[in-house]
Design a protein around this ligand. Structure first.
Ligand code: EPZ
Length: 443
C-alpha cells in the first residue's frame, strides 16, 4: 500500500469541526461502502489460500487499523485508490506462515480486531489476541466468541490480558451464541470464520441476523465455503480444507445511510440518500412515519423531506431487524427538535449515553433514567464546544450542530473519522457550513 495513503487514512493530527448552524440542507448524498461490513471480511481474508480483491472499501481510520494489523500478521496488503475517493480497492494475500499475535496496542484502538481470533486459529492452529477491554459505549465482553470457538474444539485460556487459543484441528459442532443482550454480531462472524476451515458442519443457533453477517456469508461463499441461513438465527457452515481467492465488492453502509436520512428529518430541505439498500432500514422508516417525516423509498435510494413540526416517538434499540443501536444517538439529536417528550430505551448497550451530557451542553433537555433517555424536545439549541466520545455520538453532535444557533465546535473528531467517509464534505455539498480545523486546545 502506498505510504501516503496509509498515513492519510491514519491521520492522527488533532482536529476539530466548526459548524455554523441554521442552514437548510438540500441535494444528494452518496453512501460509501460499509465499515462494519468490511471489517470482518478483511479479517476473513486470512482464511484464503489465494489472493483476495476487495472493492468499495471505505477509506476510514478503522480500515487503516485493520490493514495495519493484517500487515503485521504477515499478510501482503496493497491498496489502490485515493483516500478522498469514495472506495478503495484492496488486495490481500496470505502466503505461508503468519504471525499469531495481535498485540494490545492494536486491539485497544479497535475492538473489532477481535475478529482475527477465529481466522488465525483456523489457519495457524493458534492465536494470541489481546482482550479488548473497556470502551466508551459500555461493557463489551467477548465470552460468546470464546464459547463458540471452544465448541469447535479450541483450547482457550486468558493469560496476562491475552486470549491464548490453540487447536490442532477444529471440528464442526452446534453452538448457541445469544447472550443476555441478544445475539452477538462479531461473535457470530468469528465463529463463522473459524468454522469455514473446520472439519465437518457447524450450526450456529441464536446467530446475529444483521446484514453484515449476510455480507460475510456471501464472501465466505465466494471463497468456496457452503454457508446457509445467514440473515436468520440459524447459520450452517460446511468447513473446507482449502479456501480459494475471490473478487468481492463491499455493500453500502446502512448506518451511514440512516445517519443522513435522520439528518434530512432534522435539517432538510429535501435530501436524496443515494446508493443505499432500503431493505436494511425498515425499522428507521417506521420511526420516520411515526414522527411524521415524509419519505420516498426507491430501490437504492431514499428521499427524505424535513417538516416544521416533528412528532416525538418512543423507540427501543434492538438487534436487527429492530432499530439499530448505531442510530440511537442520531435519533436523539432529531428528537431534540420534536414537539414534546420522546423516549429512547437502549437494549443493546444500556450505557451507551455519553452523548446526552454533550447534547445538553447545546441546550437540549435530556434526562437519563436507567437505560432510557427522556428527551423533552422543541427547545432551541445554541452552539457550544462539545466533546465527541464515540463514533455515533460524534455524528449526533454534528447533527445537533447543524440546527444549533451560532457556532458549534466538536473536539476529538478522530472518533468520527473511524466510521464516516468525508462527513463534513458530504454535508457541505448539501449546503451545510462546516470547517475542519486544527484543534488549538489539543484535546
Ligand atoms: C457490532 O459490535 C458493531 N461493530 C457495533 O457497531 C454495533 O453497535 C454492535 O455490533 C451491535 O449492533 C462492528 O460491527 C465492528 P455485539 P459487536 O457482540 O459485534 C453483548 C459502531 O458504532 N455481548 O453484537 O461487538 C454486548 O455487550 C459499532 O459502528 C456479550 O454479552 O456487538 C452487547 O450488549 C459500535 N458477550 C450485545 O451482546 C459477547 O461475547 C451485542 O453486542 C459479545 C457481546
Amino acid at each position: 500500500m502506498p505510504a501516503a495513503t496509509i498515513s492519510r487514512m491514519g491521520n492522527t493530527q488533532v482536529q476539530q469541526l466548526e459548524i455554523h448552524g441554521g442552514k437548510v440542507l438540500n441535494g444528494t448524498v452518496e453512501i460509501s461502502g460499509s465499515k462494519n461490513g468490511s471489517l470482518p471480511i478483511l479479517f476473513a481474508s486470512i482464511l484464503a489460500e489465494e489472493p483476495v480483491t476487495l472493492r468499495n472499501v471505505p477509506p476510514l481510520s478503522d480500515i487503516h487499523t485493520t490493514l495495519k494489523i493484517l500487515s503485521e500478521l504477515g499478510l501482503s496488503v496493497e491498496s489502490q485508490g485515493e483516500v478522498d475517493a469514495d472506495g478503495l480497492t484492496i488486495r490481500i494475500a496470505a502466503a505461508g506462515e503468519l504471525e499469531a499475535t495481535a498485540p494490545y496496542d492494536m486491539v485497544r484502538r479497535m475492538r473489532a480486531s477481535i475478529c482475527c481470533l477465529g481466522p488465525l486459529l483456523a489457519r495457524q492452529g493458534r492465536a494470541r489476541v489481546s482482550l479488548p477491554g473497556g470502551c466508551a459505549i459500555g461493557d463489551r465482553p467477548v465470552d460468546l466468541h470464546l464459547k463458540g470457538l471452544r465448541a469447535l474444539g479450541a483450547d482457550i485460556r486468558i493469560e496476562h490480558g491475552y486470549i491464548e487459543a490453540r487447536a490442532d484441528r477444529l471440528v464442526g459442532a452446534t453452538t448457541y451464541l445469544s447472550g443476555p443482550f441478544g445475539p452477538t454480531v462479531l461473535g457470530t462472524a468469528n465463529v463463522m470464520m473459524a468454522a469455514s476451515r473446520a472439519e465437518g458442519v457447524t450450526t450456529i443457533e441464536g446467530a446475529a441476523c444483521e446484514p453484515e453477517i449476510r455480507g460475510l456469508a456471501r464472501f465466505l461463499q465466494a471463497l468456496g465455503v457452503p454457508v446457509e441461513g445467514a440473515g436468520t438465527h440459524q447459520v450452517r457452515i460446511e468447513g473446507q480444507p482449502n479456501l480459494r481467492g475471490a473478487d468481492f465488492t463491499m455493500p453500502p453502509d446502512r448506518i451511514e445511510a440512516g445517519t443522513y436520512i435522520l439528518t434530512g428529518a432534522l435539517a432538510g430541505g429535501e435530501i436524496r440518500v443515494e446508493g443505499c439498500d432500503p431493505s436494511e432500514l425498515r425499522s428507521l422508516f417506521d420511526v420516520l412515519e411515526r414522527m411524521g417525516v415524509p419519505h420516498e423509498i426507491g430501490e437504492d435510494y431514499v428521499i427524505v423531506t424535513g417538516v416544521p413540526r416533528l412528532k416525538p416517538v418512543d423507540v427501543a434499540t434492538l438487534p436487527f431487524p429492530g432499530f439499530p443501536t448505531d442510530l440511537q444517538a442520531q435519533l436523539m439529536a432529531v428528537l431534540t427538535r420534536a414537539q414534546g417528550i420522546g423516549l429512547i430505551t437502549e437494549k443493546v448497550y444500556p450505557d451507551r449515553f455519553m452523548h446526552v451530557a454533550e447534547l445538553n451542553r447545546l441546550g437540549a433537555r435530556i434526562r437519563k433514567e436507567g437505560p432510557t433517555a427522556i428527551i423533552d424536545g422543541g427547545h432551541r439549541l445554541s452552539g457550544a464546544d462539545v466533546m465527541a466520545s464515540d463514533l455515533r455520538a460524534s455524528a449526533s453532535l454534528v447533527m445537533a450542530g447543524l440546527i444549533a444557533e451560532g457556532t458549534t465546535r466538536i473536539h476529538r473528531i478522530y472518533h468520527l473519522d473511524r466510521g464516516y467517509v468525508n462527513m463534513e464534505k458530504k454535508l457541505n455539498r448539501l449546503g451545510a457550513k462546516i470547517e475542519r480545523i486544527h484543534d488549538e486546545s489539543g484535546v
